[in-house]
Design a protein around this ligand. Structure first.
Ligand code: SF4
Length: 406
């Protein structure tokens, strides 16, 4: 498996594949052809269908400069999802680059840019074998395999806390045609006056909203494992930081969550375009459950239980962002997802103590991959089905009714 640096990436929102991955592709292409007078980028498939809402064009214009760049949304589905074609001048230096999820890119006919063997183990079963022989918890395993990762995890932790704090202070409306109000601050304030039993849940949800509203506004955020699902782990880091958990423990939590995300990325997918929202929110929920379980002092077996529950109850979740914006259902889905992560941790702590789980984490990852293959393309980040269509139809109907009344 690859380094956790490839999983936790810091960069511009709102979407790991449509903004962060696109930015990485621009950086790569520009590093090869820095002297060109004019750049053209053609966007295909999901990048074309939802690229405007995901700010793909803005990222490209911002990078190369609008006066010397053309972005073309192509009406064509390519064999590889999220394809970009770059060229300079009049079709010179043509290059095909793919945004493969989580902000990572692949270049046509080139070997992968990241070393796939930083972790020799490729499944949680293999990792469990090593940990049981060595007597390690998952964090010790990560630090053995990747001894220099702590600095990166610290940057990730700091950026997550910054993003949540900024989100709690922000007000106004999110960019795009949905005119959605930022509500993290209101949820946060409401958490102090709500009845005792709901306070904590509202507080943690407000953190997830805060991170996601910043991501949807194009601010610098952290993939965990993607930007559409970046509110869950960030909310938990903020929550445990607030509660006085030490920095070392928070970094260990990120390491453990990272291993869970990496196992999914290696054996299935973390991309909504490939596997539907179960691949994004399901993975983030499993990562959050693992992070919380480690911080709460649970064993490796309980952490696996929690991560499995976090993924299992998101199986089949479709990706249908309204208008192509990572806003509805994405922001609320992170708010609900972080609560589910904590529920999964509590299930592992209490139910897991007397009922062993018959479904391993590797099993549920395999099921997620299989399920993702059978989710129709309309429900995989194309905005051609589900809420994306229903909300649009409903709003058109309301507009027509209003006109008829006049
Ligand atoms: S619906 Fe889920 S997978 Fe799709 S863009 Fe939103 S968060 Fe990402």
């Amino acid at each position: 498996m690859e380094s956790l640096r490839e999983l936790y990436r810091i960069g511009p929102g709102p979407s790991s594949s449509h903004s962060l991955g696109v930015r990485k592709a621009c950086e790569y292409y520009y590093s090869l052809y820095p002297e060109a007078d004019h750049y053209t980028v053609e966007l295909y498939g999901s990048l074309s269908l939802t690229g405007r809402g995901h700010m793909s064009d803005k990222v490209i214009y911002d990078f190369f400069g609008k006066e010397r760049t053309d972005v073309i949304f192509m009406d064509e589905i390519t064999p590889v999802p999220n394809t970009m074609r770059f060229y300079t001048g009049d079709h010179e230096n043509m290059m095909e680059i793919y945004s493969v999820g989580g902000g990572a890119i692949a270049v046509k006919d080139m070997p992968p840019t990241a070393d796939p063997d930083v972790y020799p183990e490729n499944s949680l079963t293999e990792i469990n074998e090593v940990c049981s022989v060595k007597g390690w918890n998952y964090a010790q395993y990560v630090y053995d395999r990747e001894p220099d990762i702590k600095d990166h995890l610290k940057q990730v932790k700091d950026q997550m806390i910054t993003v949540v704090k900024q989100g709690l202070e922000d007000e106004g409306v999110l960019p795009g045609d949905l005119h959605l109000e930022k509500v993290a601050r209101q949820i946060y304030e409401r958490s102090f006056t709500a009845e005792e039993s709901i306070r904590n849940r509202l507080l943690i949800s407000s953190y997830a909203y805060a991170a996601m509203e910043q991501s949807s506004s194009g601010k610098t955020v952290v993939t965990a494992p993607t930007l559409g699902s970046s509110g869950i782990v960030a909310a938990l880091i903020m929550y445990y930081n607030d509660r006085g958990v030490s920095e070392d423990k928070l970094l260990e939590g990120l390491a453990v969550a990272g291993i869970i995300g990496n196992v999914v990325k290696t054996n299935a997918s973390i991309s909504g375009r490939v596997g539907g929202c179960q691949a994004e929110i399901g993975t983030a929920c499993a990562m959050g459950a693992a992070l919380a379980s480690h911080i709460e002092g649970l064993s490796n077996a309980q952490i696996e239980y929690a991560a499995e529950v976090g993924m299992e109850h998101n199986l089949g979740l479709t990706c249908d962002p309204v208008g192509g914006y990572v806003q509805i259902p994405c922001i609320e889905r992170n708010g609900v997802g972080v609560l589910r992560s904590l529920d999964a941790m509590e299930y592992a702590r209490y139910i897991g103590s007397f009922k062993p789980n018959r479904v391993s984490f590797d099993m549920v990852v395999s099921v997620m991959k299989h399920t993702g293959k059978h989710i129709p393309v309309e429900f995989k980040e194309t905005s051609l089905g589900g809420l994306a269509i229903e909300v649009k139809l409903n709003e058109e109907k309301k507009r027509a009714e209003k006109l008829n009344r006049k």
